[in-house]
Design a protein around this ligand. Structure first.
Ligand code: T5A
Ligand code: NA
Length: 213
């Protein structure tokens, strides 16, 4: 019965991981891979620093402004909510979205600062649940060696270790752990396998779910 209602749609693919785990590198590779296969695909990222909210986030991350921990958490969340309806529209009209960070970043980073995990999850409830979360797994030390951490607020090894612990508490059946310490080409191949399966399932009408409700 559900199958007769099934409508083809795009897949919501999220890449997560510590700072410097290689998310943006892999997102770009995945975009050209899917486009090369003829799939309608877009690359999105959070924070989306282009919006008004995104500009406030960007100023905070680069230490140009100070904000209470709760306030910045809600801004990150608002930044996802302002893109939610467009996200749903894109997926329903057959575009696959590759998303560089999502609600898992939101909860893991704020929880690592000491905010309660349930408090952190609450404003994310009702956002679209990813069809696949690829967690790029790397130790904070190895990540730090990659081009060195820059000047952004969260780029410290001890803090990243806490973030990694909170990420683990968020794992669910949509997650796939990818060893991000391997060569870029190896990481790329593993991601491609997972994503192709998901793109097929969604084309067959896999229902869209909501986060944490
Ligand atoms: N944040 C974010 C929150 O607190 N709450 C939220 O809700 C959200 C969404 C900014 C910060 O905001 C926090 C998390 C972050 O601290 P951002 O803008 O995504 O988030 O951060 P960026 O600085 O843009 O990106 P990252 O630091 O996360 O790096 P990436 O994208 O993981 O790594 P990438 O691809 O840029 O690669 C880093 C370096 O490693 C090399 C690359 O060439 C590059 O030099 N590299 C590899 N080297 C060897 N082997 C491989 N396999 C490699 N893959 C990449
Ligand atoms: Na990035």
């Amino acid at each position: 019965r559900t199958e007769s209602n099934a409508k083809p749609r795009g897949a919501l693919i999220v890449l997560e991981g510590l700072d410097r785990s290689g998310k943006s590198t892999q997102c770009a590779k995945l975009l050209s891979f899917l486009e090369g296969l003829g799939h309608q695909t877009e690359l999105w990222r959070f924070p989306d620093r282009e919006t008004n909210v995104g500009q406030m986030i960007s100023a905070y991350l680069s230490n140009k402004s100070q904000l209470d921990d709760h306030t910045i958490h809600l801004l990150f969340s608002a930044n996802r909510w302002e893109k939610r309806s467009l996200m749903e529209e894109k997926l329903k009209t057959g575009t696959t979205l590759i998303v560089d960070r999502y609600s898992y970043s939101g909860v893991a980073f704020s929880s690592a600062k000491g905010l309660g995990i349930d408090w952190c999850k609450a404003p994310e409830t009702g956002l679209l649940a990813p069809d696949s979360v690829m967690y790029l797994d790397i130790s904070p030390e190895r990540a730090a060696e990659r081009g060195g951490y820059g000047d952004e607020r969260y780029e410290r090894v001890e803090f990243q270790r806490k973030v990694a612990d909170f990420y683990q508490t968020l794992r669910d059946s949509s997650w796939k752990i990818i060893n991000a310490g391997e060569a870029m080409e190896e990481v790329e191949k593993k991601i491609q396998e997972v994503v192709l399966d998901k793109v097929k399932e969604c084309a067959l009408g896999k229902p869209l779910n909501l986060l944490w409700s």
